[in-house]
Design a protein around this ligand. Sequence first.
Ligand code: DLZ
Length: 300
Amino acid sequence: MIKGITVVRVAGSQATYGRLSSFFAALGFERGAGWRDGPNCGASFLAPLGNLELVEGDLPSSAPILVEVTGLQTVHRIARQWLASIEGTEAAERRIGDIEETGWKSFLFTVEPVAGFSVAFWEWSDPLRGRPLALEGDLSAQGLRFALVVARWNAVITDRLLQGALDALLRSGAARKDLEIIRVPGSWEIPQASRQAALTRRFDAVVALGLLLRGETPHFEAIYNEVSRGIGQSQQETGIPHAFGVLTCETLEQALDRAGLKSGNKGFEAAAAAIEMASLQRKIQGPGTTQAAPGQADRP
Ligand code: DLZ
């Protein structure tokens, strides 16, 4: 399962390392966990999206790192101010280019926060690129709170789903203190615990994780219908998004494939959906609101 792309650059000295860290932090990059291993260390800076791009023909820029942004003028101003504060105005001007139009419907500038390390920042000329304006959730979980309701039945699989979900949430910026794991005996119990969690109004979204194995569950249909109906009903009635991460599989092998082997990790996918819906919910409700609480959500 492909999870992410990391661009690794060596910062030659401790001073360069510190200077580059300060530059990317000044531009608003979110800090990742970073690492230290003996004399070596790594500082990481996160972006919501990444991709590996192969080019045939001309490169879009001479800089080896391209960062897509919105508000290119602002980014340019911050980068120039940062350079000026470190190097003085004159030297700063030599290290930062003007914003120029590219041949691919965008604007771009290149900056060298330290000599020999260049980064290009760019923005589409038309950010919507012809698409209609849509209200969409982000994939940032920063500041959002989640309840993860996990069935113990088939724990060999549901633990993997939980790991996948935690991975998605933490790598998307959720804080550990904002994640609460609620264990229930089996999938049958998920709706009730999910609803109780949602009713506390302590969470922006609920992630429901379980596995129903058809081969070993004679009343599979009955349980499945009730679990899916119950989770859906809890979501509708509490107004808190519930991501559905309850697998229904014929065999354990099929379940393993969906819990991190061949077919991705459905726990990760459910958590990503929860992040997006929690973020969308905040956007739909408008600034200043924390979470939905229509109707029954304010019951004890
Ligand atoms: C009883 C049962 C069976 C047979 N199979 C499963 C299953 O495949 N997956 C699952 O999550 N839970 C199963 N359970 C347990 C029920 O969900 C429930 O926990 C018990 O019936 C107790 O109410």
